[in-house]
Design a protein around this ligand. Structure first.
Ligand SMILES: *Cc1c(COP(=O)(O)O)cnc(C)c1O
Length: 453
């Protein structure tokens, strides 16, 4: 498999080059030259295969020129000691993506990426310097994924005061090969700083730079796995008995009107910010997983829902919300989506809706009351966006799964006043005890260069 730049001004490269470089030399994002298709046998058994097998079948065609199958098998096994249960909640399904060590879906991409990098860099003497901008959850997942990986140093930029206390400890509490800087600015500023650093010739000469944002194709591809596995389960008319870490009781155990139906493709509702997660879902659908389509759910940072409505793409400065991992006004993966699919093709696959903070809070309270389930603010945006589109008849009734992108205990400041105490999983309890080590820097490249040396 070769990878092209979305801007078509650089030569196609291997998976290894695309992953280690992050951005293409022309400033574009790498995309695979084709999206491979599952074999007929795999398509019909997605629902019964083990999660690691689905991962192998999904990731292999993208990486096999650079990562031999036995090595890939080892990476998958070590990256995913957890899975993604699809459970029934109220009248629909929730795909719980928060059973990894940082309790957010980004563990799926970051843990694969870190292990792939360690393999692809074997035998190199110059350390790789990874630069990441985070609005919250990316930083924690990348820190966890790369912590202790030899030959790789990581610098994480996050917007000062705009991540939760727990997120800050996950980003800046590990130390070792992971350093963190709180930038006086927004997430978009952090992202712009990373781009500027990549464009800086001096820095590139002093450091072997790479990115680990959701623009990195090695983070994107493994995210297609849970869509395929869950779509297979729903297509078999099943859900998983329970999500281990989420306490649920009573009415939510029986799937309602938007539960799974044997032989019917599922629609996924994806709480979105940079749109890496949704792009990965589109890949899974293109590969042949039984998926009816997607809902792009955002908070008031509604660039993509507006585009889907009007055909006009109008990036905006980001606004702070209670679903802060989605506070993105200029989603970086949009360029990748647009390189694969025209406006009409996107409209056939995706419907968009945005949700205010007030409606998000109401949804958290409501779903706790009616379905005995704790939603986090991002999942609640998804839940409410789906309600809006179902009520308007814009999305038909049928199997529907909301992506639970983070554990509600990660956002207890928002959730607990609405629901009462949220039980905390052990990995988060451990992270809360860490001490923060980070530098505060102004929003300019000179400051970042001084920090990196
Ligand atoms: C990162 C994140 C999102 C947004 O995902 P994108 O791939 O950037 O669209 C949504 N919810 C949570 C909890 C996140 O951490």
């Amino acid at each position: 498999m070769r990878y092209y730049s979305t801007r078509k001004q650089s030569d196609p490269v291997s998976f290894a080059r695309a992953a280690l470089a992050g951005l293409a030399p022309d400033g574009g994002l790498f995309v695979p030259e084709t999206i491979p298709e599952y074999s007929g046998a795999v398509k019909t058994s997605l629902g019964t295969m083990a999660f690691h097998e689905v991962a192998m079948e999904t990731i292999r065609p993208y990486v096999q020129d650079d990562i031999p199958v036995p090595v890939l098998g080892g990476i998958i096994e070590s990256a995913y000691p957890f899975t993604a249960p699809l459970i029934a909640v109220g009248d629909r399904m929730v795909l719980e993506l928060f059973h990894g060590p940082t309790a957010a879906f980004k563990d799926f991409g970051a843990r694969f990426m870190a292990r792939a990098f360690a393999y692809l860099r074997r035998g190199e003497d110059r350390p790789l310097r990874i630069l990441v901008a985070t609005s919250g959850d990316t930083g924690g997942a990348v820190a966890d994924g790369f912590f202790g990986v030899e030959g790789i140093d990581v610098t994480i930029l996050y917007p000062r005061g705009r991540v939760s206390p727990l997120q800050e400890r996950q980003i800046a509490g590990l130390g070792g090969n992971i350093s963190a800087a709180a930038v006086e600015g927004s997430f978009d500023d952090c992202q712009a700083l990373v781009k500027a650093a990549f464009a800086d010739r001096g820095l590139r000469e002093r450091h072997e730079l790479s990115s680990a944002n959701s623009i990195n194709v090695s983070r994107l591809i493994p995210q297609a796995v849970y869509y395929a596995a869950a779509a297979g389960t729903a297509f078999d008319g099943r859900v998983h008995p329970d999500g281990e870490a989420t306490p649920r009781k009573g009415p939510s155990a029986v799937p309602g009107t938007n539960g799974p139906v044997r032989g019917h493709p599922v629609r996924f509702c994806v709480p979105s910010g940079n749109f890496g997660n949704l792009t990965a879902g589109l890949y899974a659908m293109e590969m042949g997983a039984p998926i009816a389509g997607f809902i792009a759910a955002t908070n008031i940072n509604k660039t993509v829902p507006e585009y889907l409505e009007s055909g006009i793409y109008n990036a905006m400065p980001s606004k702070a919300t209670i679903s802060n991992a989605m506070d993105v006004g200029a989603p970086s993966n949009f360029e990748r989506m647009a390189s694969h699919w025209s406006y009409d093709e996107m409209k056939r696959r995706i419907r968009g809706a945005f949700v205010s903070d007030e409606a998000t809070r109401e949804t958290i309270r409501d779903v706790r009351g009616k379905a005995a389930y704790f939603l986090d603010p991002h999942g609640a945006v998804g839940w409410q966006a789906a309600d809006t589109l179902l009520a308007g008849g814009i999305v038909p009734q049928g199997p529907l799964a909301i992506l639970g992108t983070a554990h509600p205990a990660k956002f207890s400041e928002v959730v607990e006043p609405l629901t009462g105490p949220v039980p905390v999983p052990p990995s988060l309890r451990e992270a809360m005890d860490r001490t923060i080590h980070s530098s505060v820097i102004p929003n300019d490249l000179a400051a970042l260069k001084a920090l990196l040396g």
